[in-house]
Design a binder for this molecule. Structure first.
Ligand code: ADP
Ligand code: MG
Length: 292
């Protein structure tokens, strides 16, 4: 089986869950499955943006190298732990993703980056010219998040998969790049990694898309006392829940949309589950399973 496994940038901040997930990914690889890992970069790209004057495309490239290496180190340890040599197993692909330079996302920033802020910190950030948004848990800086259209390094990714490598690609949603005349132009934005993972999973003809984050799955009434985990849902039912506003923009909504898009375009299943229980997610015991 061919799996695309998307790891949450926020959840990756806790080092323990990353160790556990690395171990389970290596286990899936040893069982003969082909693995492509994608990851978010919200907290990390926000940290770099606060310290450096570079555009978000270059900063996303920095986070691909940074998080890719951290993940590789954990995967290498897991390989050793299972008695396998880590040499030549894990490869990170610096990945560019095509977006439209006039995407409507540039007018309405939705992608949270950096840490949570108090109301006072958020108004000070706005005075400096940044956009902020009030989310569950506090305020965060938000940046434009254009829709990913095409992954530029598909050949490299396919080649490495064919050589039985564990491939890390599309980190931070990919480095945003737009076609401009005959050339390419880097774009100041952060693509949502869930959307990018979905188009990658469809393009690579994955058998399953897993999105691992810091909750057990998508909930109905998430912020209310009667919240309820969706354990299994069809595309149609999930679309209805989405229309009723159950999933927050910029966090759970892109995951739900990614699963719907993948299931719709491939006829395969997708799942959202916790980074703390990766084995239960991969064995389909504890997750939100989206079926066509
Ligand atoms: P990641 O870094 O994994 O992409 P996000 O913070 O973007 O993580 O998304 C996960 C978060 O989505 C959860 O921590 C939760 O606060 C939020 N969330 C919003 N709506 C829902 C919902 N309906 N069900 C579950 N989580 C939700
Ligand atoms: Mg997210």
């Amino acid at each position: 089986m061919r799996y695309v496994i998307a790891l949450g940038g926020n959840a990756l901040v806790g080092p323990k869950s990353a160790d556990k997930v690395a171990y389970e990914i290596v286990r899936q690889h040893a069982l003969g499955n082909q693995i492509i890992i994608t990851h978010g970069n919200g907290p990390q790209v926000g940290e770099l943006a606060a310290a450096q004057k570079r555009g978000l495309a270059v900063l996303t490239a920095e986070t691909q190298a940074w998080i890719g290496t951290v993940l590789k180190e954990k995967l290498n340890s897991a390989l050793l732990h299972r008695g396998m040599s880590p040499e030549g197993v894990v490869e990170t692909v610096l990945t560019e993703v095509i977006v439209k330079a006039d995407d409507p996302g540039f007018k309405h920033p939705t992608k949270p980056i950096g840490p949570f802020m108090s109301a006072a910190e958020a108004s000070s950030a706005r005075r400096k010219g940044f956009c902020t948004s009030k989310l569950i848990g506090g305020y965060r800086r938000v940046v434009p998040s254009p829709e990913p259209l095409e992954i530029m390094q598909m050949d490299a990714i396919k080649y490495l998969l064919g050589r039985h490598r564990i491939v890390i690609a599309c980190g931070g949603g990919g480095i945003p790049v737009a076609r401009s005349g005959k050339g390419l132009k880097y774009i100041d934005a952060v693509i949502d990694k869930d959307s990018a993972s979905s188009i990658l999973a469809s393009a690579i003809r994955a058998d399953m898309l897993f999105i691992l984050t810091n909750v057990d799955g998508a909930y109905l009434n998430y912020t209310k006392h009667n919240r309820e985990l969706i354990s299994k849902s069809t595309i149609k039912a999930l679309k209805a829940s989405m229309a009723m506003g159950h999933f927050e923009a910029g966090s759970m909504m892109p995951k739900v949309k990614a699963c719907i898009d993948f299931a719709e375009s491939t006829g395969k299943c997708a799942g959202i589950g916790s980074l703390s229980h990766p084995r239960d997610v991969f064995s389909m015991k504890r997750l939100t399973l989206v079926t066509p």
